[in-house]
Design a protein around this ligand. Sequence first.
Ligand code: FES
Ligand SMILES: [Fe+2]
Length: 401
Amino acid sequence: MHIGFGRALVEAWRELQRLSRLSKRRVKTTTAADLPGNAEASSAGAKTLPQKYLISDEVFAAEQKRIFSKQWVCVGHHSDIARAGDYLLAQIAGESVLVVRDQLGQARAFYNTCRHRGTRLCEESKGHFRQTIQCFYHVWIYGLDGQLLGAPHMEECEGFDKAAYPLNEAHIGIWEGFIFLNLCEKPVPLETVFAPLAGKFNHWNLPKLRSAKRIEYDVRANWKLIFENYSECYHCPLVHPALSKITPYDSAENDLCEGPFLGGFMPITSGNSLTMSGNACALPVGEIKAEDHKRVFYYSIFPNMLLSMHPDYVMVHQIWPQSPGRVLIHCDWFFHPEAFGRPDFHPDDAIEFWDMTNKQDWHVCELSQQGIASRSYQPGPFGPRESIPAAWDREYLRHMS
Ligand code: FES
Ligand SMILES: [Fe+2]
């Protein structure tokens, strides 16, 4: 083990111990009496992360190893690869992984590495294979199930057995229609990890939804600042004037307050949805309960997914750290499949609203990153409306310790 990396782990463990001691002095902040799983969260005594967690290459490398190489990470929605042969590429912890739907309709994940001389099989971020996956270099050909079907001239090699050279597989699982990959050799099963959320989001119909739009953002900030920022609306009055008029900044009701899944809802007090017009922009996404037609739900799914559920659409961010000071964010807007093509379908009303709001968030995260990089930076205190960012940091440090 690199000596600096070892020291970073010891310090992460100490920081976690300190935050755990503080979190035992809990104060009740927000609850949602009408939601299951009420919980209490605390920010009492909690401080923002020490500088090294936000600017250090060593910590970044440790995160890739201890979090992104071990946890289930969201790479898309099963509708992204609807037909046999459809694929997408995911870049996780320095690995390129090909996610493809095979001839039997199963989603499969293969390392994007030819079994001959290791060449990348695929360069496009998404696309369609007709019947097979072909390596461009010496034309080894694989089935959609990863089996090696053809290898020119290799039959002249004594003892060569095609069955011994399938593409290497990664673990894949589907939760609520979203595709998750895990690079660990023996991961905790996806169903076990997501058991606490079983049935919680049924009303939103997530497996059936379809994305109308994806925008990719390149943000000059540490990936953890994106989560911290998402997890509070303390910043909303000045950063998001339009959002604050629809959902008052101090109205958050959190029902998941500790662990890998965090969040709750905010009431929609003006208009019917979070859109530029204030009107609903599509059919309801599912069989939404009456009171939830006036709520927007925000949840973070550790380590790389943000799930924002509105009555008429669902927005999903995938968070992809690139370096200590840079993150790529893929943002999709999902709608009911029957909403598409109807005269009352106005997806741009929602997309424009959140593209504006996203950019406001990214800008303030970039400003935070710049300030945190200063020699003068010291961890600052989280306030009572920042219990969820504090809880997110605790979960992060648990993985780093
Ligand atoms: S490296 Fe793929 S066929 Fe040779
Ligand atoms: Fe924000």
